[in-house]
Write a protein of this length. Structure first.
Length: 101
C-alpha cells in the first residue's frame, strides 16, 4: 500500500510517481526497446494524489483519474517536485493521455 503524502494538489492537478527507469527491454511481441529510450523523460507513472477538480461555470468538475491508476501523460506537461525526499510529477489532468488497465 502506498504511503499517504503530506501534500494535496489543488484544482484538476494530480501527483504522479514516475515509473522506474530501466535498461534494455524486450516486449512480448519481440520488439527490443534500447536503453537509450529510457534516458528520455518517462511518460508513465502511478497516481498517488488527486485534487478535488476544477470549477467550470460555478460547478466542480470531478477528475476521471483516481489514486492508484497507472497513467500515460505528456512528456513535457508536468513539473518535477520533491515531496518528503522523493521525486514526483505534478500535472494537470488534461496532460494525462490515458489510463492503463
Amino acid at each position: 500500500m502506498a504511503k499517504k503524502l503530506s501534500f494535496s494538489p489543488l484544482g484538476d492537478r494530480i501527483v504522479v510517481k514516475p515509473a522506474p527507469k530501466g535498461g534494455e527491454k524486450t516486449l512480448a511481441s519481440g520488439i527490443i526497446i534500447p536503453e537509450t529510450v529510457d534516458k528520455e523523460r518517462p511518460a508513465q507513472g502511478t497516481v498517488v494524489a488527486v485534487g478535488p477538480g476544477k470549477y467550470e461555470n460555478g460547478t466542480r468538475i470531478p477528475l476521471q483519474v483516481k489514486t492508484g491508476d497507472v497513467v500515460i501523460f505528456s512528456k513535457y506537461g508536468y513539473d518535477e517536485v520533491k515531496i518528503e525526499g522523493e521525486e514526483y510529477y505534478l500535472l494537470s489532468e488534461s496532460n494525462v493521455l490515458g489510463i492503463i488497465n
